[in-house]
Design a protein around this ligand. Sequence first.
Ligand code: ZN
Length: 266
Amino acid sequence: MPQFLAAFEVGQSKVEEERRQQICRFGRWMYRRGLVVACQGNLSVRLDEDRILLTPAGACKGRLAPEDLLITDLSGAVLSGAGEPSSETQMHLLFYRERPEVHAVCHAHPPTATGFAAAGRALDQPVLPEIVADLGTIPLAPYGTPGTWEVCAGLEPLVAEHDAILLESHGVVTCGKDLATAYYRMETVEQFAKILLTARTLGGPRLLSSREVEKLMAAKAGRWTARPQGSVELPLEADARAYAAPGARRERTPFSRHRAQRRNAR
Ligand SMILES: [Zn+2]
């Protein structure tokens, strides 16, 4: 074998070994932080254009070993590994097929966020600026019988626009450019759900206004100017129709625009 090809294969297997260790590490974190119990949830990463490394069915994420993991193609056919693919594999593959920039998917049943999903409530209100800036809205995918095509059918319209999605009466799925990003988004969704629940018990939450959302997006995009006195003003271009009237149907204008900007930047 030519030397450069051998070096390429060694490089490839090193990357794969690192990805296997990563899945085991984040699986332990997911289990220890109570985002899943028993054998729930699953994690996956993209190895290359055609292959996905993922956790097998029936394995506790707190006790995974690198050799337990499976490699499948984008249709879900097992290419290597001894276990069975999870019934939720197709949910992961949907992200990889629809979004080339996604390199990791995390699925869990975090108790508070799943409580919102069980109550049929999305996490789509502009409450915390960091959530708005990173995740936009966290919509609710309609219920589908686990292990059937219905789960993907409910998710499909949402996958292109959202990095975190609640699954009605089920759990949460997040994605990212790498496994750390996907995993931290899962933690973030759960923490947001806890904060929102607390705010509701205290009579809130106070929603960010349309202008506050616009300013946040402008600041994130670096489109702000300093005034001599040290205050800042933003060159806002958009109108403030969304969130304008109390009780009005919320249009996702600021979020949608933000998502479009992020897509274009990828
Ligand atoms: Zn699940």
